[in-house]
Design a protein around this ligand. Sequence first.
Ligand code: UQ1
Length: 443
Amino acid sequence: MFPARSMAACRTATGLARSFATVSNASAGRSHRIVVIGGGAAGLDISHKLLRSGKFAQDDIAVVDPATWHHFQPGWTLVGGGIKTKEELRRPLNSLIDPKFKFYNDSVAGFSPEQNSITLGNGDKVSYEQLVVAPGISVNYGSVKGLPEALADPKSLVSSIYSYDTCDKTFETIQKLHKGTAIFTQPAGPIKCAGAPQKILWLALDHWKRAGLYDPANPAGSPIQISFATGMPVMFGVAKYNATLEQLRKERGVEGLFQHDLVSIDGDKATFALPDGKASVTKRFDLLHVVPKMGPHAFVKGSALANEAGYVDVDDGTTRHKKYPNVWSAGDASSLPTSKTAAAITAQTPVLVRNLLGSLEGKTPDATYDGYASCPLITEYGKVLLAEFKYGGEPKETFGDWFGIDQAVPRKSFYYMKKHFFPWVYYQHMVKGTWGGPKGWIN
Ligand code: UQ1
């Protein structure tokens, strides 16, 4: 480990060598040129892209993540719809980490950006020349009173596709419901995959339609009634796709309860806060699909790296930290003002990696992220609307440009991409750093 440490110190090209002067022998093995926080989609993609640059030796790059399993979370909607099993979507995290990395299978207790170090959950200090912060965000089940208890109760028809533990319960609840009121919620505020709360609604609706329990032409006369209760003012944040989805909602007889933010569950009653902050509405339900509020992990939110909202405060274009030039962030934990999706990560990581590698050579960042994100929005079994857009909610359609097709029209080809191609390319290429999303394969 000593050679690694001295190499790291020698190679410091950014004027940040001061931290290494104080590194004690005991912690010498815990100095790395680059430390990547997070073994999720962003962390794995970035760390492997950095390694593929050929500029790093054994243990030059460290990855920190306390998890045992890595999950392909975009697949959990399909588990909720009974299309995939949750087991097929996960891999042991250590099997996805190149042996050339030092892997700290531990949590992060804190950041010391002035000292160029982090502290692990076990108390050890790890120092770096460059830090990449990509730990994702947390799903806050406690944000809805009564939710943890309702989810844990196997008899309740309350579930969520947002966790490994409960995404299969969702399909069980859909199958168990034969009559009554089904409510699907979406919270106010940022969440991972803002389309997923309604994707599961569309799958459930289609399931009940096929089972003869729901007739979109006569919702009031159907055994099941369906509501979408969302804390947001619209079905989807990008105007072009919102128009299609709002039309589908009306055509399919789904009640839209906008700016209804779920706050508590009590038996078969769900209570929603309304925008003025005073009034609330309580609805009875027979099936409830819940999307809890989400937000930055406490160790990020409470750190010197966070902006006011608790996200890692990086430049919207370069992904470089606004205050600490040797800190970078991408993915859900970053302040990048776009959707929190794996597709967005495919466009963020090449920018981050190019700018970080350039900065090691003293260059000014010259790559810029345009806010690209995508949402393959499943509208029924066998059909997907492929929303793709950039900053400002402006559509940026891959296949529209190639073939002149309108991606707001739900298609079978996009469904096959979502069901078969994306999960495959994710584990074969994206986590290894060789997938560029709409740009295809990159090295
Ligand atoms: C993508 O690259 C990707 O990652 C593997 C997804 O899976 C989560 C996606 O949903 C999307 C939309 C992309 C973007 C790629 C193309 C070709 C549109």
